[in-house]
Design a protein around this ligand. Structure first.
Ligand code: LFR
Length: 488
């Protein structure tokens, strides 16, 4: 292959970026062209994404990328999962997409599980029960009358690429987060759709990463200042799918933690694990690039810290993340630990107050300062990784000898060290931009700039991107004791 430049649009729950990737058989070079915030907007009690604002930023990012690289070979889009926009029969967007942390799904999961059977749902879709899975959001939307005029449901990256290209589709890795995808066939579970009384035509044709995704519409071509209709390539449009594709693993004996707003902790498999034990542990079998299975569990993640920081800033303090983390490193370990998976931490709001409630209820000292709260969050996250990593290995039977931490969390040295200690395995931290790398690699392969399977793509990441190694310091007894306190 000959080196090519491709653009990755990567939207996370707290911010987005457009990156230019130069990729060839021995080259992988990523430049951030445009970064922007992603701030949800509450309107009349409903939390929405500012989708038009995000689209505008995507256009601005592409314009800047094309100014530097007029030869741009392809564009690919990924974002967080589960959320969607609804189009009417003429292709117009019906309302701004609702945020997965909105409370419209309160109670819905329990009702749907009772109706269809939690065991049956897991057997068909292999998906973990999360209250914001698309299926529960669609049921909530139907009850609110929002599906009456709806012709098509588009997941966020599919919606943006529809606006760019005019082409409709449902990219399969992200479709796997809807809980409406049949995990064995990688096709829509139309039987579930029908039993829930959802409109049959709502779900567009599925597309696989690597497929052509159309070309920029003439009006868009003008808006971004391109001199031709630049192609769009379908990528692993679920951000976690792209992140896992971008892990610099040297063989398959690895566990990954894709660490951003969420921490996705798991292994990559060839086929799903659909046992009852797996369902009870709430492990998910999401789809990955090249037909792989992302066998993982959601851990609440850096959300706990991001949302705490937002609260401190709103209260007038001007906390600096680096300073808070440095101070947290000096706080007594395990003074207080909480179960990160507690659903009380899901909605936006005062996280330190909720942590304080849990600590009072469990007879632990209440963390007071930002440093103490942060230490409690990081110790607790590491404990959640310890439990989840053990379960992933046990339930899948996969042996691992290293943990790859990718995403923004790879920058957090304290968290990486605690993770190595908690799990008793070396941590390889980085790249921070694994998601954008996975995105550009799948595009680069589609346009012929590189070849090979996931192993070859990963080896290119390993050869070109810096990683930092953390060795476990061997405090196993202390971690085991802390874990017992959580379950006591
Ligand atoms: C991570 C992520 C997770 C998904 C959550 C909500 O960014 O995509 O994989 O469970 O966001 O969509």
């Amino acid at each position: 292959g000959r080196p090519a430049v491709v653009a990755a649009v990567d939207l996370g729950a707290s911010g987005g970026r457009v990156m230019a990737g130069r990729v060839g058989p021995d080259d992988l070079d990523l430049t951030a062209v445009h970064r922007f915030g992603n701030d949800p907007v509450e309107v009349r009690g409903t939390l929405h994404w500012n989708i038009l604002g995000l689209y505008e930023q995507v256009l601005a990012g592409l314009r800047a990328t094309l100014a530097d690289h007029p030869e741009l070979a392809s564009v690919g889009i990924d974002s967080w999962g589960c959320d969607f926009g609804l189009l009417d029969g003429h292709g117009h967007l019906l309302g701004s997409p609702v945020h997965y942390r909105d409370r419209r799904t309160d109670g819905v999961m329990a009702q749907v599980s009772a109706q269809l059977g939690a065991g049956h749902l897991y057997d068909v879709t292999g998906l973990q029960a999360l209250p914001f899975n698309t299926v529960y959001q669609l049921v909530a939307a139907k009850r609110a009358g929002l599906l009456d005029a709806a012709g098509t449901m588009l997941l966020i990256p599919d919606l943006l690429s529809y606006w760019l290209t005019g082409e409709l589709g449902a990219e399969v890795t992200n479709a796997s987060t809807t809980q409406l995808l049949d995990v064995r066939r990688r096709g829509w579970a139309l039987d579930l759709v029908e039993r829930l009384g959802l409109p049959g035509g709502l779900l567009p044709r599925l597309r696989e990463p690597g497929e052509p995704g159309g070309t920029l519409l003439p009006a868009v071509t003008r808006q971004v200042g391109a001199d031709r209709a630049v192609p769009v390539t379908v990528v692993g449009s679920h951000d976690t799918a792209s992140a896992v594709a971008g892990v610099p693993a040297r063989d398959d004996r690895f566990l990954y933690i894709s660490c951003g707003t969420w921490s996705l902790v798991g292994v990559e498999l060839d086929r799903p694990v659909l046992t009852d034990a797996s369902r009870r542990a709430n492990f998910t079998n999401e789809s990955g690039a090249d037909g792989t299975v992302r066998y993982l569990r959601n851990v609440m993640g850096l959300w706990l810290l991001q949302e705490s920081m937002r609260g401190w800033a709103a209260a007038g303090a001007r906390p600096d993340l680096a300073a808070v983390l440095a101070a947290a490193a000096e706080v007594t370990p395990f003074a207080a630990v909480v179960d990160c998976d507690d659903p009380v931490f899901l909605p936006p709001g005062d996280i330190p107050a909720r942590i304080a409630d849990v600590c009072r209820r469990t007879g632990q000292p209440v963390p007071g300062t930002p440093a103490e709260v942060t230490r409690c969050i990081l110790d607790s996250l590491a404990l959640a990784y310890r439990r989840t990593a053990r379960q992933a290995r046990e339930l899948s039977g996969r042996d691992v000898d290293v943990i790859h931490v990718v995403g923004g969390g790879a920058r957090n040295g304290l968290l990486c060290q605690l993770t190595a200690d908690a799990c008793g395995l070396p941590v390889l931290a980085g790249p921070v931009e694994a998601t954008a790398l996975g995105n550009v690699l799948v595009q680069a392969r589609a346009v012929g700039a590189v070849g090979g399977g996931l192993a070859e793509l990963r080896s290119l990441v390993a050869r070109t991107q810096p990683v930092v190694r953390y060795e476990p310091r061997g405090h196993e007894a202390a971690w085991a004791a802390a874990e017992r306190r959580l379950t006591a």
